[in-house]
Every structure is written in structure tokens, then in C-alpha cells.
Design a protein around this ligand. Structure first.
Ligand code: ZN
Length: 243
């Protein structure tokens, strides 16, 4: 019995001699000594997917012939690969804005699917929003993310505030209004240092776009993120149409 107890004492532990046959309770100190002599399985590194362009536009971007999104928009080409955006805007981050469950009755029972809404932005003048649906939440988010990347559009900032009149790009250049479903959103130029006056999720979208100061008004059913985010994006796209 005493032998069994001694063999259980952690190896390499400094300290005085133990009493003969002293009972050892538990498994020794957590972490530390015990953890170090056990071979650790190396953590699996996430595999970076190498982007292989499929469209001719993608090939041009990959080879460095096209270096900005504006170039693509001006030429009127459609971006069909999320990799193009990732290559041109490496600092773009994506964020899940909304998730939900779609349940419906079919002839062979109930079907459950997930939907996700993702916003992508670099907090410096680019924002895109995408939606995805799938039987698996993870795939729905993946679909929405690549959709958001494809929808990324540039935003023009400026200072349209008569109280401020600086030349810095911290607000919208003029008042813009956008619609999405029943939701109408207005973004009004604000002086520097005011911050974003907007509800939680609208505020987050504007932050992702890179807007610093603005007043906003929202009409309609704003908890519907589907409509709300479309309205926000519509608003921000207007910064180009009038200027
Ligand atoms: Zn200003």
C-alpha cells in the first residue's frame, strides 16, 4: 500500500522527504509539474486557404494588374469572388450582425434552417452586408460572410457640418437618406467629437464603415436587421451619388 502511494507522488517535485507511507490525495498540483512531463499534442494550425482565382477579373487582381476596388467599379465589372475583395482590402473584418432560425412545415415534417447576417468593413470607408441560409449555422455564417465581402462598397466621408466646417473626413459630406424594406434611415453630418448618435446595431454598422460623427434618424421597424442594415448601406452609398 505504501509503495503504491509513493509511486503516485509527482516526479521532480522539490521539497523535504515525505513521511513514510504518507497518503497522497488527489493528483498532485494542478498544471505545473504534472503537465510538463506529459507529451503535448501540437495544436493544429488553422489552414490558410490559398485563393485560386476563377474569373478573369480575379486573375487580373491576383497578378496585380488591378489594384483598387474603385478601378473595378469604374469599369463596371461585377465582382464574383470574395477573394478579390480579400486581396484588395486585407484589413477588412467581418462581424455577425444577426442570426435566426427559419422553421417551416413540409410534407415530411418540420424543416429547420438557419439564417445569418454578416457585415464586413475595415473601419475606413468600406462596408458590405451579406445574408446566408443553410441547415447548419456555421455554413450560413460562411455564406453570409462571402456575400458581405462581395457587397463591399466604398463610402465617401467628409465634413458637412456647418457647426464644424473642417476639412477632415469624420462625418458624411451631406445629409443622406436610405431605404431598406419599411425602414428609412437618415444620416446627418455632425461636428467633430460628437460621436455617433444612433441605436446599438446601426451604430455598430456605422463604426465598421469608419464613420466617426453623425446624427441619425430611423423610421420603421428597426429591429428587423435585414431592412435596417440594407437601409444603412443604401444611405452610405448615397454619399457618392450626390457628391
Ligand atoms: Zn468637421
Amino acid at each position: 500500500m505504501s509503495q503504491a502511494a509513493q509511486s503516485k507522488t509527482p516526479q521532480g517535485k522539490p521539497g523535504g522527504p515525505r513521511g513514510r507511507g504518507a497518503p497522497v490525495y488527489g493528483r498532485g498540483p494542478p498544471g505545473g509539474v504534472k503537465g510538463s512531463d506529459r507529451p503535448r499534442r501540437p495544436r493544429r494550425e488553422p489552414v490558410e486557404e490559398v485563393w485560386v482565382p476563377k474569373t478573369s477579373l480575379g486573375k487580373k487582381v491576383n497578378s496585380g494588374e488591378i489594384t483598387s476596388i474603385e478601378e473595378i467599379i469604374e469599369s463596371g465589372l461585377r465582382i464574383q469572388e470574395a477573394g478579390i475583395i480579400k486581396k484588395l482590402l486585407p484589413d477588412l473584418t467581418s462581424e455577425v450582425v444577426d442570426v435566426g432560425i427559419i422553421q417551416k412545415m413540409t410534407s415530411n415534417g418540420q424543416s429547420t434552417r438557419f439564417k445569418a447576417m454578416v457585415a464586413a468593413g475595415n473601419e475606413n470607408g468600406y462596408l458590405g452586408i451579406g445574408q446566408g441560409k443553410s441547415k447548419q449555422m456555421r455554413i450560413a455564417i460562411e455564406k453570409a460572410t462571402s456575400q458581405a465581402f462581395l457587397n463591399v462598397s466604398p463610402i465617401k466621408f467628409g465634413c458637412g457640418s456647418w457647426e464644424c466646417r473642417c476639412d477632415k473626413k469624420h462625418s458624411v459630406p451631406f445629409k443622406v437618406r436610405g431605404k431598406g424594406g419599411s425602414v428609412t434611415i437618415e444620416i446627418i453630418p455632425a461636428p467633430r467629437g460628437l460621436g455617433l448618435v444612433a441605436g446599438g446595431k446601426i451604430k455598430r454598422l456605422l463604426q465598421l464603415a469608419g464613420l466617426k460623427d453623425a446624427w441619425t434618424t430611423a423610421k420603421g421597424s428597426t429591429p428587423t436587421m435585414n431592412s435596417t442594415s440594407k437601409a444603412v448601406l443604401d444611405c452610405l452609398r448615397q454619399t457618392f451619388s450626390q457628391g
